[in-house]
Design a protein around this ligand. Structure first.
Ligand code: MTE
Ligand code: MO
Length: 399
């Protein structure tokens, strides 16, 4: 489909409707969070934090599967106004700055003129899980659903840059999204990366799970940087701008940074300013998709715990499950890993609850580099609430 005016209409309708309903009692409470009664275009009802900008979280039970469906994939935008209409007749991805030749591509050209490559990769907001930090860290109080995993298809960023020819001394690249800041004092959404960080697996994606990207996930093209938190996975990409110097931009210098020390943490009660660094690569993590906090299971019947685990691409070695509050741990069965090192790995673990009442189920992932998910109590704190990867816990009722 070339023209997308249908979206304009439906987004407005959804936006208006959501104002009155997103805070009301929802049809199904999940993890203490409420599903919205209204759905955004191309999305099912999601846990909705805001509709301007759209901030939509994936409900926990979706994390029983390695691939997150497009219509259940979380959404995060920074600007209240996002484009609601893209005309592919005029849409161009521009390559400019310190290049031999400035270029611009239509979507069809991107598809036809560059070798298509595919990668299955986790997309996770650095603030995913933030609500678990105590004291409360600033920002959207995400539960654990600001993450998803998809098969992305697109052109290698490197191939596109090579076509334009990078000039000597050009070390940085800025990525611009199509949306504009609400008024002149607020910064536009621009991210910068050092050329050295751009491996072969960084792609400009035009497909997500075999379909065009959902509007809210960055139609028509977005950046994919496997292993990295998604703050630099710029959506609705408009410009790739090559520069010699790092520019001090708000979204690079203020947001998405953590303390620059060995534990990447700070004292919440100290007034001292800490030196910070960008959040970059993801730490090891697992999530239980089933059961959830609302699940009731019968005593002495088999219950299969299912979930997903991932890291920055070093590889998951094991997921361990505890059903006795962390006293003992047993290895779960992992899927065969065919989706690659940047993907979710599915795990499952079957047990038979033998006592009635509340039972705590915990999951802990360990990667091939020996990194282990810490207990929630052992998580260091940072003021932005980034990189939360405490051991996941759900409490079920055995009846
Ligand atoms: N153009 C644009 N791209 C963006 C952002 C944005 O606000 N504008 N937010 C970033 C952040 S912080 C996240 S977490 C991801 C969210 O991607 P999603 O909405 O597809 O889940 O998009 C990234 N790319
Ligand atoms: Mo994010």
């Amino acid at each position: 489909m070339q023209r997308r005016d249908f979206f304009k209409k439906s987004l407005v309708v959804a936006g208006v409707a959501a104002v009155g309903t997103s805070l009301e009692a929802a049809s199904q409470p999940l993890d203490g969070q409420k599903l919205s009664k209204v759905a955004f275009p191309q999305k099912r009802p999601m846990i909705t934090y805001s509709d301007r900008p759209p901030l939509l979280e994936t409900p926990r039970e979706v994390f029983t599967n390695a691939i997150t469906p497009n219509d259940h994939f979380f959404v995060r935008w920074h600007m209240p106004e996002i484009p609601t209409y893209i005309d592919l007749n005029t849409y161009r991805l521009k390559v400019d700055g310190l290049v031999e030749k400035e270029l611009s591509f239509t979507l069809d050209q991107l598809k036809a003129e560059f070798e298509p490559v595919e990668v299955v990769s986790v997309l996770q907001c650095g603030g995913n899980g933030r609500s678990a930090f105590a004291p409360i860290a600033g920002g959207i109080q995400w539960g654990n659903g600001a993450v998803g995993n998809a098969k992305w298809k697109g052109a290698r960023l490197r191939d596109i840059l090579e076509r334009a020819g990078i000039k000597k001394g050009a070390d940085w690249i800025s990525f611009y999204g199509l949306e504009k800041a609400a008024y002149y004092k607020t910064p536009n959404f621009v991210r910068e990366m050092h050329m050295e960080e751009l491996g072969d697996h960084v792609i400009v994606a035009y497909e997500m799970n075999g379909e065009e990207l959902p509007y809210l996930n960055g139609y028509p093209v977005r950046l994919i940087i496997p292993g990295y938190y998604s703050d630099s996975w710029v959506k609705m990409l408009s410009n790739l701008t090559v520069t010699a110097k790092y520019e001090e931009l708000f979204f690079m210098d203020v947001a998405y940074r953590i303390p620059d020390n060995a534990t990447e943490s700070e004292d919440p009660h100290s007034h001292k300013k800490v030196k910070t660094k960008p959040i970059t690569t993801m730490n090891v993590k697992s999530m239980i998709g089933y059961p959830t906090n609302e699940t009731k299971v019968y005593c002495n019947s088999h219950t299969t715990v299912r979930g997903v685990a991932f890291d920055q691409g070093k590889g998951i070695k094991e997921v361990q499950i505890s059903v006795d509050g962390g006293k003992t741990w047993e290895a779960a069965i992992l899927d065969d890993g065919t989706l690659g090192r940047y993907s979710f790995r599915e795990f499952r673990y079957t047990f038979k609850p033998g006592t009635y009442g509340k039972v705590k189920i915990m999951s802990k992932a360990i990667n091939l580099a020996g990194e282990v998910q810490p207990l929630a109590e052992e998580m260091g704190w940072n003021h932005g609430g980034y990189k939360y990867n405490g051991i996941d816990v759900v409490t079920i009722e055995v009846v």
